[in-house]
Design a protein around this ligand. Structure first.
Ligand code: SF4
Length: 318
């Protein structure tokens, strides 16, 4: 019998599903239970292929745009990332039964942006172009009233309408450290700029990054379980690298692990993005257990007891 090499695994806590993701997935499942299949979902309900495929097998149909939805009385659910204002308006014009599963913490950012706009300020959104959350937040205000800033260069070259009448909001899933630098640059250049009362980066993003910062410097390698299109999962990999971990990888499933890279390690950190289910962490742990003799330690940096109730349209039905 071959003796397996020893591997000490440090499991980050918290990791995986956040309250907004649980709510969005529950919304699809509850809509299927109440209204039967099919239930339409605009965009991946959360950025995880396993979650999407599981919901498809239960009767959810995923579309990218509303015009792919036929005339139907079945519900159409908007994803956790949020949508531009034009989407609910289009749905209403077509008499579509819409259920909004936008995370309440994204909605909070939308309301902040609207409030600043009503008070006459031009709004700057710190975020990544093309991410659905950014598309949704930009779409809360008329074009020109909100500007995306992605880099320190963007801030240096920005030509606002009135530099004494500005506010900023941010994407919820950014790097905490990068965002601090961006906000410092904004306040240096525009000392009068107004920001959120409480950080826009959500508790789940912050806590998962903190746990990675604790573990990354003391392990040989770190795996982030999550999808490559998941912003908060991507940020966890970056945080691990910047915290001194020489080998950090983002993997969706056990089949994606590049085993050659991990052959000579003796310690491994594992975390999961906010849209990655725990079953995939277990799958990856099992795959390591087939190759190594594991000892497992959980490193906890925060307790999370956050819960969001279902979207209003479903609460009424329940
Ligand atoms: S990562 Fe944060 S903002 Fe996004 S769904 Fe989860 S709690 Fe909401």
């Amino acid at each position: 019998m071959t003796v397996k090499p020893k591997l000490h695994v440090l499991l980050c806590a918290p990791r995986g599903f956040c309250a907004g993701v649980v709510r969005a997935i529950d919304a699809v499942e509850e809509a299927l239970r109440i209204h039967g299949a099919p239930v339409y979902v605009r965009h991946e309900i959360v950025h995880n292929k396993y979650v999407v495929e599981t919901l498809k097998s239960k009767g959810a149909i995923f579309v990218e745009e509303l015009d792919e939805v036929p005339d139907t009385t079945q519900p159409v659910i908007f994803s956790a990332h949020g949508v531009p204002k034009s989407i609910p308006a289009d749905a209403e014009a077509r008499n579509i039964f819409a259920i909004d599963a936008t995370c309440p913490l994204v909605t909070k950012v939308h309301r902040e942006a609207e409030l600043h706009h009503r008070q006459g300020r031009q709004v700057l959104l710190v975020g990544h172009a093309g991410h659905p959350e950014v598309v949704g937040t930009l779409g809360q205000l008329p074009s020109g009233s909100i500007i995306l800033v992605q880099t320190l260069d963007d801030i240096a070259t920005l030509q606002p309408l009135d530099e004494n009448n500005l506010a900023y909001v941010t994407q919820t899933t950014l790097s905490v450290d990068d965002t601090r630098c961006m906000v410092e640059a904004l306040t240096r250049r525009f000392p009068q700029i107004m920001g959120p009362h409480r950080e826009d980066i959500c508790y789940a993003t912050t806590n998962r990054q903190e746990a990675v910062k604790r573990i990354a410097p003391v392990v040989d390698a770190l795996l982030v379980v999550g999808s490559s299109n998941s912003s908060n999962s991507q940020r966890l990999k970056e945080v691990a690298e910047r915290s001194g971990c020489k080998l950090a990888r983002l993997v969706l499933r056990a089949d994606d692990v590049e085993w050659d890279l991990f052959a000579n390690i003796s310690s491994l950190g594992i975390t999961a993005g906010a849209s990655a289910p725990e079953i995939l962490v277990e799958e990856i742990m099992d795959a390591f257990a087939q190759r190594f003799e594991l000892s497992v330690e959980t490193v906890s940096t925060a307790d999370e007891g956050v819960f969001f109730p279902l979207p209003r349209e479903l609460r009424q039905a329940v």
